[in-house]
Ligand binder design. Structure first.
Ligand SMILES: Cc1cc2nc3c(=O)[nH]c(=O)nc-3n(C[C@H](O)[C@H](O)[C@H](O)COP(=O)(O)OP(=O)(O)OC[C@H]3O[C@@H](n4cnc5c(N)ncnc54)[C@H](O)[C@@H]3O)c2cc1C
Length: 248
C-alpha cells in the first residue's frame, strides 16, 4: 500500500468534540477520490506498534474524478483514543502519513432507482457532503430524489447543518431531515424531527420498488436501521452500509 504525507493547512472545531481538518498532499501529487470513499491515517502507538484509522473524505469537489487539492475530514474525538490524541493536537504545517482512497460506499452508475435515503449519525454525514455535486447531477440527469436523514444529539452537534439546509433550498429533489435525539433546536426549523433517525426513516415509508438506502456512522444505528429496512421489505443489495469502527 502506498503511503504519502499530508500536511495540515487549516483546522477548526465544528462541534464541541469534532475537528474539521483540511490537508494537502505534502508531496504535491494529485489525490482523486469518488465521493463516499475514505482514507487512512497511519501512525504508531507509544510502544512503537504501527496502526491506522479511517476517515471519510468530506471535500465538496467537482463530482467527477478530477483530483482535489484539499482533503477535508471531520474527526470526532473519542476519550482516550490514539488517533484522537494525534489529530486533536496536530498543528497547521504538521504532517501525517496517509493512504487511499478506499471503499465502495459510493453512488453507483448502474442504479436506476427513483429515490435515495441517505442516513447518518455524527461524522457519518461527511461522505454525503462529498456527494453533493453528484447529487445535483443525478437529480437533473435521472430525476431521482434524495432524502438526507441526519441524527445528532443536539443543535451544536449537527455538523454542516447550514450547508445541507442551503443545499436543500437550492436543489429541488433534495430533502434535509435533521433528527435531534436528546435536545430539540432552540428555534426549531421546518423539517426538524425530535428523536432518532429510525423514526424519520419510518416516516419516509421505505419502499423496495423505489429506494436505495445508505447508512453511515455509529455501528448500532447502522445495525438497527438495517434491520428496520429489511423488515420493511428492502432487499439487502438496496441497503449500503459504512460502519465507523476502529481498526487495530
Ligand atoms: C470506513 C470508516 C470511516 C470512518 N470515518 C470516520 C470519520 O470520517 N470521522 C471520524 O471521526 N471517525 C471515522 N471513523 C472512525 C475512526 O477510524 C476511528 O475509529 C475513530 O476516530 C476513533 O479512533 P481513536 O484512535 O481516536 O480511538 P481508539 O484508540 O481506536 O479507541 C479508543 C477507545 O474508544 C472506543 N471507541 C472507538 N471509537 C468510538 C466511537 N466512535 N464511539 C465511542 N467509543 C469509541 C474504542 O473501543 C476504545 O475503547 C471511520 C471508521 C471507518 C471504519
Amino acid at each position: 500500500m502506498i503511503q504519502f504525507p499530508l500536511r495540515l493547512v487549516s483546522a477548526h472545531m465544528i462541534a464541541p468534540a469534532v475537528r474539521h481538518m483540511v490537508f494537502e498532499r505534502a508531496d504535491d501529487e494529485p489525490f482523486a477520490f469518488i465521493p463516499g470513499q475514505f482514507m487512512q491515517i497511519h501512525f504508531h502507538y507509544a510502544d512503537g506498534k504501527p496502526t491506522k484509522r479511517s476517515y471519510s473524505v468530506g471535500t465538496v469537489g467537482s463530482g467527477d474524478a478530477t483530483p482535489i487539492r484539499q482533503i477535508e475530514i471531520a474527526v470526532s474525538y473519542v476519550d482516550g483514543g490514539a488517533a484522537t490524541e494525534l489529530l486533536g493536537s496536530l498543528q497547521v504545517g504538521d504532517s501525517v502519513d496517509a493512504s487511499g482512497p478506499y471503499g465502495r460506499f459510493c453512488l453507483m452508475d448502474a442504479d436506476s432507482n427513483s429515490r435515495y435515503l441517505l442516513v447518518a449519525t455524527g461524522t457519518g454525514v461527511t461522505p454525503y457532503r462529498a456527494m453533493l455535486p453528484l447529487i445535483t447531477k443525478l437529480t437533473r440527469s435521472r430525476g431521482c430524489s434524495f432524502e438526507l436523514i441526519y441524527g445528532a444529539r443536539n443543535e451544536g452537534d449537527l455538523l454542516y447543518g447550514d450547508e445541507f439546509a442551503a443545499f436543500a433550498e437550492t436543489t429541488p429533489g433534495f430533502g434535509f431531515h435533521p433528527c435531534f435525539s436528546r435536545e430539540p433546536r432552540a428555534v426549531p426549523r421546518a423539517g426538524d424531527r425530535n428523536g432518532r433517525v429510525q423514526v424519520a426513516i419510518e416516516a419516509l415509508k421505505p419502499d423496495a420498488a423505489t429506494d436505495i438506502v445508505y447508512l453511515c456512522g455509529n455501528p448500532d444505528m447502522v445495525d438497527e436501521s438495517f434491520s428496520l429496512l429489511k423488515e420493511a421489505g428492502l432487499p439487502v443489495p438496496q441497503i449500503r452500509r459504512e460502519k465507523y469502527i476502529s481498526s487495530r
